[in-house]
Design a binder for this molecule. Sequence first.
Ligand code: ASP
Length: 365
Amino acid sequence: MHQHFPHLIDLDNYPVSTWNSIINLAIDIKRNQHIYVGACNGRIMATLFYEPSTRTQMSFQSAMLRLGGGIIGFDNPATSSVAKGESIKDTTKIASSYSDIVVMRHFIEGSVKAAALTADCPVVNAGDGGHLHPTQTLTDLLTLRAEKGALSGLTVGFCGDLKNGRTVHSLLKALSHYENNKFVLISTDELKVPTYIKDRITAYGKEYIEVNSLEEAIPQLDVLYMTRIQRERFGSPEEYEKQKNVFCLDKRKMKAAKKDMIVLHPLPRVDEIALDVDDDPRALYFKQANYGMYVRMSLILSILNEDIQTQPLLVGENIPEIKCHNPKCITASEPSLPHSFRNNNGILECEFCDERILTEQCRFI
Ligand code: ASP
């Protein structure tokens, strides 16, 4: 059905050795930028952003421009044929025939993978709903490598909207691959990390605890990853109102943190980090955003140079009689997609959004 391009939909598409090579190349690009000027001369990147973005979009675009390539695309679907009712599949198909790499963000979970199935060039997931954000994770890994000197042996606290925060999901999955990492998951009961991610942490032999006090958790952390409550993912304004302002990192709380703890945030910040933290040398979120440009230069180069080994997009089984029950999954709105499921130790998982299928639905297979 699809050609075998080195798409990046989930970091799991690439082996850990590839993540490490992308990070190493990013470090070299940052140090020796002049060597890479013109490395993508004559190549074109399309950025298709169906959801708001500042850092991801601009860092991808500046990355390509710094490499000498060109950019096309849109960040307001209302000014493209999307407004006329064109499907994600058709828009991506066309954009991929005009370009060498497509970078796409969409509000539906699994939509970027669905688009990649019929694309004519590699597709990169720049965020699909509340599901995943693999290039933010590459940014975070590069920041940790550069600022903590390692990706292992870290106690990492994640605080805020751990249910809907796609950056949290991708980073937790990735850090579970490295030795001796531990996770402290700080959230309200309503916004806990999804079970499939927690199972992944355990499957890789790592430990996590779930707590609801940032104040109590902070002294043990090497890294604090703050996140915004994802207002756009809530069913109603009332639900959001109940969750906003629960966690706020401020100067006073920072006093209880280790001298070398670092604070990261994928940004944008709303009010979960007080402005008085910005001057603390441990507050690295703006620097982190800058690392994002170098890691995206590295990713674009690695993909366009075909330096990446990747797996097929769908490896599971198409089971037409079973339907993913996540209403936010792309399969709920695109009936032509296969009902493709992975069998994870007897549990079926949707290959587009990772939702687990209720056992009653599986009884007849
Ligand atoms: N910029 C990040 C994202 O796109 C984090 C956020 O929006 O809160 O997921």
